[in-house]
Design a protein around this ligand. Structure first.
Ligand code: NAP
Length: 284
């Protein structure tokens, strides 16, 4: 689908899958709003877009997605442009090897990978509905199957031993449950919401807090991993394919709706997660 005259807001586009997604959307003619925490990296991306796609209009919105005040400010900056919003791509994510807190004092993986998706989408929801047909695409992961349900009694892994892949998988399970719950709420509005698994992709993921070990593992694993451009294909397909105009609440892998394990289809857990997420964003 041509993205000409379509306005897209994407998070986590300074690296990896998000960067490849932003470049592909720019190539398809979209106007981009890029949310990033590092202005220098953001400027570098914009410069690259300008060289490759001189007609693309791209704007930076600087904010830390681990800080809800920043998310609110960035969303307001976008709303103040009075532009429509046709695509919200929640892509930014982290993997940590030890328990870290976000600027709001919340376990960082839960904060950035789930609560930021939740809050950003809530803040932009009305604009998306006004701009319909519109899409919300969130980057989840097959890592959701590393856990067997949402750990409501210890969402932030305060007392549970911190195991990198479990904590990460837990946040990605939240992405899927939240997507399904949101799809029900958005039924009939012309806004669809889906999530994707990009495959195993060679990116900066996991390098943030353990640079040396992360880089060595990354180098060893690279031959088995997809390139960021390949990893972005699923996101781009779900964001732009005309064949998906009416498809909502799905989890896509390799550009196909893919069945989920029982705990990722637990509607009771999805409702409870929604309530808990609302409480978190009200508190911060
Ligand atoms: N790589 C894989 O194999 C894989 C597999 C399944 C799912 N995923 C998912 O794919 C998505 C993209 O990850 P990736 O693999 O492309 O990782 P990446 O190369 O590390 O990119 C992550 C992006 O998120 C941004 N980000 C992280 N924390 C942020 C914060 N607090 N505020 C603002 N931006 C923040 C990073 O910004 P900086 O550049 O400033 O660090 C970067 O742009 C994630 O949701 C991840 O969970 C990845």
């Amino acid at each position: 689908m041509s993205m000409l005259n379509k306005v897209c807001l994407i998070t986590g586009a300074t690296n990896g899958i998000g960067r490849a997604t932003a470049l592909a959307l720019a190539a398809q003619g979209a106007e981009l709003f890029v949310v990033c925490r590092n202005a220098e990296k953001g400027e570098a991306l914009l410069a690259e877009i300008k060289v490759r796609h001189p007609n693309c209009c791209a704007t930076l919105l600087i904010g830390d997605l681990g800080c809800m005040a920043d998310i609110r400010r960035v969303a307001q900056q976008f709303l103040d442009t009075d532009k429509p919003l046709h695509l919200l791509m929640n892509n930014a994510g982290v993997v940590n090897t030890h328990r870290k807190l976000s600027r709001d004092g919340i376990e960082e993986t839960f904060a950035v990978n789930h609560l930021a998706y939740f809050l950003m989408t809530e803040l932009l929801r009305e604009r998306l509905v006004q701009s319909a047909p519109a899409r919300i695409v969130s980057v989840a992961s097959a890592a959701y199957s590393f856990v067997k349900g949402v750990q409501f009694d210890d969402l932030e892994y305060e007392s549970t031993p911190y195991k990198t892949f479990k904590v990460y998988g837990h946040s990605k399970l939240c992405n899927i449950l939240w997507t399904r719950q949101l799809a029900k709420q958005l039924e009939g509005t012309g806004v669809t919401v889906n999530c994707v698994h990009p495959g195993a992709v060679s990116t900066g993921l996991g390098h943030q807090d353990h640079v040396v070990v992360g880089k060595i593992i990354g180098l060893l694993m690279r031959p088995f991993f997809r390139s960021p451009a390949k990893g972005a294909e699923n996101s781009i397909f779900v964001a732009t394919s005309p064949s998906l105009n009416k498809i909502s609440g799905e989890y896509f892998s390799n550009c196909k709706p893919t069945s989920l394990k029982a705990w990722a289809k637990d509607d009771g857990a999805a409702e409870r997660l929604w309530q808990v997420s609302e409480e978190y964003v009200k508190r911060a």
